[in-house]
Design a protein around this ligand. Sequence first.
Ligand code: NZQ
Ligand code: ZN
Length: 405
Amino acid sequence: MTDFNFWSPTFFAFGRGKESQTGELVRRFGGTKALLHFGGKSAVASGLIGRIETSLESAGIGFVQLGGVKPNPRSSLVDEGVRIAMAEGVDFVLAVGGGSVIDSSKAIAIGAANGGEWRRFYVGREVKVRPAIPAALPVGVVLTIAAAGSEGSPNSVINLEPENLKRAAGGDILRPKFAVMNPELTMTLPPFQTACGLADMFAHLCERYFSPTKDVALTDNLCEAVMRTVVEEGAKVMANGRDYQARANIMWAGTIAHNDICGAGRVQDWASHGIEHELSALYDCAHGAGLAVVMPAWMTYVHKADAARFARFARNVFGIGAGDGDESAALAGIEAFRRWLKSLGLPLTFAELGAKAEDIPLLVKTLNLRGNTLGGFVQLTETDVAAIYRLCVDPRFAQEKGKGA
Ligand code: NZQ
Ligand code: ZN
């Protein structure tokens, strides 16, 4: 196990009706006037925004509103949010929505606390060490989709315009002060968004599980347990979107998958996320759908680097028979993973996602490796990344030799 610092101060209020406590929670964490930030229409249509307004009013919290966050949140709305937050003197940012709303809120929180500056903290991969974020307004969350895990994470991902680059900022200062998590709020999700969320949380576990670090029994077992839970409870949620207990298990799994309790003490990978972010930047696809295409291709390409680890994944997560050798178990596990994604109705290829093979050079270019490598499990060059994109195009997979072979 590697040495680590782990600081996860978020207060979680989990269960039915918990959103009524939102105003009190804003006050408890120092807010007196909030920017109430939300997405397109779901939170307004469901009446959630109205209930949050009531909760803020009863707690004596002033607020201004800014809706309209799109999936793959745009920098122009962040700029508007920063301007409003500074002009109105807000001291708290309240996100009501999913990863996109939360990440937009985190960016606004940085800008409002740093004289309007936030963009430079969302660096490209050309800068090895990110500038530390000196200050940020406190952020609170009312979560409406189990997916990105931003409600407990120290990260924010924004689509930077006009270049259309999807880039991340990170630092414990961005971990939300609180997250209200009522599984009932996720029952209005369309099946496709529910499925995208399942793929994303599973990917967050894979990015940690596929690690070169040895002697990490606890986090290996934690990752496998959460992955199995996502598969088993995910099936129940897909069969019946109103299954409260399954929704609850999935919602907490999404947080556990990404607040780093499963990743502490391990070298992590994150290549698949980097490769996917270029897809959601260029095609504006859902992040989880992009991951459903990229993750199995990445697995196929790198599995020979540690076939025993992939075999363990196959056996412990997808129940592949113990009698098989490591290489065949590894391949069977990747195939089982693909079947699971397909059963969720997710795309598995570029064509199904709406991506184009002729864009591969552009995708590699905007990834901007500049001679550096991507990934902690296997270090990928631009050539490797292009090969993985090609595997996304061709579902037969076998044409690429793979890394570590
Ligand atoms: O805008 P509305 O109308 O609310 O619709 C949203 C949106 O279209 C809808 N939705 C959300 N809750 C709903 C609902 N529809 C019906 N009922 C509800 N209860 O779902 C759509 C997707 O929302 P979004 O917030 O984009 O989803 P998600 O939580 O998957 O977030 C994805 C974003 O998070 C980033 C991704 O890159 C992507 O931009 N990520 C952030 C991370 C982080 N900050 O730690 C880590 C992740 O790896 C990820 O990169
Ligand atoms: Zn993700």
